[in-house]
Design a protein around this ligand. Structure first.
Ligand SMILES: Nc1nc2c(ncn2[C@@H]2O[C@H](COP(=O)(O)OP(=O)(O)OP(=O)(O)O)[C@@H](O)[C@H]2O)c(=O)[nH]1
Ligand SMILES: [Mg+2]
Length: 192
């Protein structure tokens, strides 16, 4: 799993790709590392990242191995975009997730240092309601010591009891590559 190419940026429902390819959808709050996840897993700089929240402003489709799409979403919970723009994104993201024409898997990326927020809980519920296979990636694990790692896992399972480590819950660091082997195996199993 090496080849990744930028396919298109989508700003409206009519722009969704016509190809009926499976989609791996990266969702989560702003600044948790969704775009960095792509760069880290594929050892590339293809996705634009920023330390300032709100970097990704469109639904960005990347084609992997000519077989499936990875979709990098704008983060939710980012206050600085206008209310109107936020509502447009929400609508667009909901229509992407609830359109059944292709197989979808959601990776919900969460900053391992922080407690899940209301928006994380809503996303979790929505994805389950759509019966989309769902995985949580606890990112920025490089920032935690052993004790805080255990605490982070304990907390996330308390919020989302369906999670089982290394089944549908993975620890990851886009900075030092921690967990990338398991993630690559998972993506291969799901899509290749
Ligand atoms: N220490 C550490 N920093 C990370 C990690 N992943 C991402 N970051 C940093 O977090 C910041 C945000 O990363 P992005 O990948 O742009 O986050 P995003 O979720 O795509 O953000 P939006 O596009 O705003 O939704 C950047 O400064 C990254 O370098 C990680 O695993 N560890
Ligand atoms: Mg981004």
């Amino acid at each position: 799993m090496k080849k990744i190419e930028f396919f298109k940026s989508v700003f409206s429902k009519n722009d969704f790709p016509k190809e009926n390819l499976s989609q791996l959808i990266l969702c989560g709050r702003s600044n948790v590392g969704k775009s960095s996840f792509i760069n880290s897993v594929f050892k590339t700089k293809i996705a634009k990242t920023s330390s300032t929240p709100g970097k990704t402003r469109s639904l960005n489709f990347y084609k992997v191995e000519n077989k499936f799409f990875i979709v990098d979403l704008p983060g939710f919970g980012f206050a600085k975009v206008s209310q109107k723009e936020r509502e447009e994104w929400n609508k667009l993201i909901l229509s992407l997730l609830s359109n059944y024409t292709s197989i979808k898997v959601a990776f919900h990326i969460i900053d391992s240092r922080h407690e899940p927020q209301e928006s994380d809980i809503e996303l979790n519920r929505f994805v389950h309601a759509q019966e989309i296979p769902y995985f949580v990636i606890l990112n920025k694990i490089d920032k935690l010591n052993q004790k805080d790692k255990s605490e982070s896992v304990r907390r996330i399972v308390e919020y989302f009891p369906e999670l089982i480590i290394n089944e549908n819950l993975f620890l990851f660091s886009a900075i030092n590559g921690f967990g990338s082997k398991e993630i690559k195996q998972l993506i291969t199993k799901l899509f290749l």
